[in-house]
Write a protein that binds this ligand. Structure first.
Ligand SMILES: [Zn+2]
Length: 354
């Protein structure tokens, strides 16, 4: 075989190999086979020594031309393979936009969130501000500023999660009141509600949870009287439990209010006849409240001769349990989907009525 025949045979073989390469890797192998350092084209150079000086340049040029031809054939094949791959991918990943979509499962508001928002809406309508505070609090704001000095029997260590001697998980939302009063620097009026989580060292059972929610309300202004408190709570009771609800106030004791009252609402289930919800009394205890203790006002820099106020604290957990007939407070915090899903239908019904 002449050198020229050998060269042309090599070219034919290379073209066949290139066209038969079905993927990137096979093509790479072909490239190494012909153009690599030990490849066939480089092998042609061994004939140089058999040639005369006159023949050498022409031969060298031909080998180079062959190398260039194979290189460009490989490049074109590479482009073809890339296009084929793209086409295949497009075919496989084709999206049929006419297919009906999968059902998207929408969540529902947590019953506590629903209850808190309902109460917030009422008070926003009455011109109150919503103020939030810290769940980790100083002893000072959680107790002392609320007329509960260190020696006070009402602040039993057993009831609180202390982090240090002076810092604890807040046991009520009242520290938000203390902080707000302090910030106002003796200037009324103050009209706020403070919703949030609170923590007590309680053993969890059907009616107790170490974490629960509270909404605190506070009004401090000139000429605020007990009748203002009663009117406000009547409105709240009607909003939460129905327009024909009544309330009654019973004397009680809280360190931060004087006088203090427990507030009962007439039973929404039996309308006062007596049933299991109201334990056959016709009344349900819903919250504690009272006139802000002069000491609390003075400690926050308010003139208790000029300003008076009322405060109340209610538990959205208890309210939601009553409203929705929930028997175990722990359901609110275990977040079992089967429990929460029930409130989706309540919400849907509510929207359908609108
Ligand atoms: Zn009843």
């Amino acid at each position: 075989m002449t050198q020229s025949e050998e060269m042309s045979q090599l070219k034919q073989e290379a073209l066949v190999d290139i066209n038969e390469a079905q993927d990137e890797k096979a093509l790479q192998d072909v490239k190494v086979k012909y153009l690599g350092k030990k490849g066939s084209v480089s092998g042609l150079m061994k004939h140089m020594k058999e040639l005369s000086n006159e023949e050498k340049p022409a031969y060298g040029q031909k080998v180079n031309e062959l190398r260039e031809t194979i290189k460009s054939e490989i490049a074109s094949r590479q482009e073809v393979l890339a296009n084929e791959q793209l086409e295949a991918q497009l075919r496989e990943e084709k999206i049929d936009v006419t297919l009906p979509s999968r059902e998207i499962s929408l969540g529902a508001k947590h019953p506590l969130t629903r209850t808190i928002e309902e109460i917030e809406d009422l008070f926003l309508g009455l011109g109150y501000e919503i103020v939030e505070g810290f769940e980790v609090e100083h002893d000072h704001y959680n107790f002392e500023a609320l007329n509960l000095p260190k020696s006070h029997p009402a602040r039993d260590m057993q009831d609180s999660f202390y982090i240090t001697d002076e810092i604890l998980m807040r046991t009520h939302t009242s520290p938000v009141q203390a902080r707000t009063l302090e910030k106002r620097n003796g200037q009324g009026p103050v009209k706020i509600i403070c919703p949030g989580k609170v923590y007590r060292r309680d053993s969890d059972d059907a009616t107790h949870s170490h974490q629960f929610t509270q909404i605190e309300g506070l009004v401090v202004a000139e000429n605020i009287r007990m009748s203002d408190l009663k009117g406000t709570l009547e409105l709240l009771a009607k909003e939460l439990f129905g327009a024909d609800r009544e309330i009654r106030l019973r004397p009680s004791y809280f360190p931060f209010t004087e006088p203090s009252v427990e507030v009962d609402v007439s039973c929404f289930k039996c309308k006062g006849e007596g049933c299991n919800v109201c334990k056959h009394t016709g009344w349900i205890e819903v919250l504690g409240s009272g006139m802000v203790h002069p000491n609390v006002l003075e400690m926050a820099g308010f003139d208790s001769e000029k300003y008076t106020g009322f405060a109340f604290g209610l538990g959205p957990d208890r309210i939601a349990m009553l409203k929705y007939g929930i028997e175990d407070i722990r359901h609110f915090y275990t977040n079992d989907m089967r429990f929460l899903e029930q409130f989706k239908s309540v919400e849907d019904r509510g929207e359908a009525e609108c």
